[in-house]
Write a protein that binds this ligand. Structure first.
Ligand code: SF4
Ligand code: SF4
Length: 216
């Protein structure tokens, strides 16, 4: 399953962002952050206890099913009273959920999490980064393996020279991304793709703020 991967911000940062506020409403999400255990009911309750210990009044809390969905606005109507009483809305979702709720409520929102990447669940509680959304996808030429995320150095033109018997020089427990790419291309009888030079990466990708439209 593919997820938006998040990590909780240090509590000192959250406190700093909440500075000057006394009453807080907390919102979690039942999708990605529940799976990654960063914004599900257990984490929302733990945050409530933590903030209460630090002298904040938690006016209410909820975990909406899918924070980034337009339906969140309707679900939050049920909490109008406690939301109104709060000086700040602390949101324990990925940045997409935070922005959705900020737009819907037009209130002072504080993100409690950092949004890291798109990841894939590889085992109970384990997620591997699969895409940085770099905007110039080259996996059509690397056998479907992403070197930007799978290689420790994010190299896009072959291995670094430190690869050792198929393992990465930075983490010998990890397979070298470029050995995996080589093997995959060999199996696919497309080894010539290894010779293709990939242009230097454009870290800007799109002028900001990015806007995308599906051509008519
Ligand atoms: S190259 Fe990798 S990081 Fe870039 S879009 Fe493709 S999968 Fe994502
Ligand atoms: S050993 Fe392989 S995976 Fe590790 S940094 Fe070098 S090319 Fe990348």
């Amino acid at each position: 399953m593919i997820r938006s991967i998040t990590q909780q911000k240090p509590i000192e940062e959250i406190e700093q962002l909440l500075e000057g506020t006394g009453r807080v409403f907390i919102i979690g999400c039942g999708t990605c952050v529940t799976l990654t255990q960063t914004g599900g009911m257990a984490q929302v309750e733990a945050m409530k206890n933590l903030l209460s210990e630090k002298g904040k009044v938690v006016t209410g809390m909820t975990v909406v099913p899918v924070a980034c969905d337009n339906l969140t606005a309707d679900i939050l109507k049920e909490f109008q009273g406690p939301l109104k009483q709060a000086d700040a809305i602390l949101i324990m979702t990925c940045a997409f959920g935070v922005q959705t709720i900020a737009r819907q409520l037009q209130r002072f929102v504080v993100p409690a999490l950092n949004t890291m990447c798109i990841g894939k669940e590889t085992g109970a509680g384990e997620f591997n980064e699969v895409c940085k959304q770099c905007g110039t996808c080259i996996i059509g030429e690397t056998g479907g393996i992403c070197p930007v995320t799978a290689c420790h150095k994010g190299l896009v033109n072959g291995p670094c020279g430190g690869t050792n018997e198929g393992k990465c020089e930075i983490d010998s427990n990890k397979d070298c991304a470029w050995t995996m790419i080589y093997n995959r291309l060999k199996d696919l009888d497309r080894i010539d793709a290894m010779r293709k030079y990939q242009k230097p990466r454009n870290h800007l990708g799109e002028p900001s703020p990015g806007k995308f439209r599906i051509p008519a």
